[in-house]
Design a protein around this ligand. Structure first.
Ligand code: SAM
Length: 317
């Protein structure tokens, strides 16, 4: 599929046949298993100024935190005991831990059993290599938008070229590599989304997180419209066709919009769901976009999610 074809498909009046095809491919490559992954948001301190993100360093209303090593390990232990087989360590982009300290956290979580995904922004080759040596399995760094001009408008710090170079480094080091992008960024067109999908393919991503943009009241984009759920699901379905073997999460942002939508998102090619296990009071402070959050209940949340997935005829793992 080329760029024009992808943009035409995204605009189809009746997308149902594509959803069915994506679901068929998902069944063939991934079976009925849904991977539930625990995400620990260990710090919301960030040096970047991404114009859409509630964590951007210009947001003086954000109450900043960094979990201690013990808090992170304790949360990871509870998640592992509740049955999670992957722990995602996410943070804003800032060196809140020395790389040796972060490596030690990775090592100790690996000793508990789960796979570890790291998602803390752009790191140097040496840092990425070090974390890989400590046992990190996957790295998640969304390219956000494949349009260099739009990227520059939204990101006063950093360039698309640097982001993509970092993604290639991640892949070259043997990480399971995850990228992704947002749907509904102001200035984005269907042709941009087609480019986003083609970039995932070019990078040969093994994971791709595609989620709607949700305006945050303390950011310059506060008055913009939120991204379309339907268009997000369409992009996920096309990602499944372009990358049949990829792990495609139902993004947490999609879950925020509507519980019903989360369920239907599984019918368009997704096979992964991320569940926040960040403890109180930090979970509310990790506010990328506004979300209604319940009190942290790692075991109970996982049980409920397993039941929801089973009710859809799928197998939670
Ligand atoms: N600092 C790391 C990084 O840059 O990859 C990880 C944390 S960052 C907050 C995680 C993701 O949140 C970003 O990749 C971006 O796609 C998403 N995000 C941020 N603000 C958002 C918003 N307003 N709506 C939807 N997604 C958003």
């Amino acid at each position: 599929m080329d760029k024009k074809e992808l943009a035409e498909l995204l605009a189809l009046e009746d997308f149902e046949p594509i959803y069915q095809k994506a679901d068929e491919v998902r069944r063939k490559t991934k079976g009925d298993i849904v991977d539930i992954r625990a995400i620990i948001e260990y710090s919301n301190i960030c040096v970047r100024r991404c114009r859409y993100c509630g964590l951007n360093s210009d947001n003086k209303n954000a109450s900043r935190y960094k979990m201690t090593e013990d808090e992170i390990l304790d949360t990871a232990r509870q998640a592992a005991e509740a049955g999670y087989k992957t722990i995602v360590l996410q943070s804003g982009e800032a060196p809140v831990f020395k790389i040796q300290e972060l490596g030690e956290i990775v090592r100790r979580i690996k000793d508990m059993g789960p796979a570890v995904t790291v998602s803390c922004g752009e790191l140097s080759y040496e840092e990425l290599r070090y974390l890989k040596e400590c046992g990190a399995d996957r790295y998640l760094l969304k390219h956000e938008t494949a349009d260099p001009k739009l990227y520059a408008e939204l990101h006063p710090c950093g360039t698309l070229k640097e982001r993509v170079t970092c993604l290639r480094t991640i892949s070259g080091l043997g990480y399971e590599t995850g990228s992704g992008f947002m749907i509904g960024l102001p200035g984005q067109s269907l042709m941009t989304i087609a480019d986003d999908l083609l970039l995932l393919k070019e990078l040969n991503c093994q994971m791709a997180g595609i989620g709607p943009f949700i305006p945050h009241p303390d950011t310059p984009l506060k008055d913009e419209k939120r991204g379309s759920t339907e268009l997000t699901k369409r992009a996920v379905a096309l990602a499944r066709l372009l990358l049949p073997e990829a792990n495609l999460p139902v993004t947490t942002a999609l879950g925020v919009i509507n519980k019903q939508e989360k369920e239907s998102a599984f019918a368009c090619g997704a096979n992964v769901i991320m569940k926040k296990v960040t403890p109180d009071p930090y979970r509310a402070a990790y506010e990328i976009y506004p979300a209604q959050l319940e009190k942290c209940d790692i075991e109970g949340d996982r049980k409920r999610l397993e039941e929801q997935i089973q009710a859809l005829g799928r197998i939670p793992v």
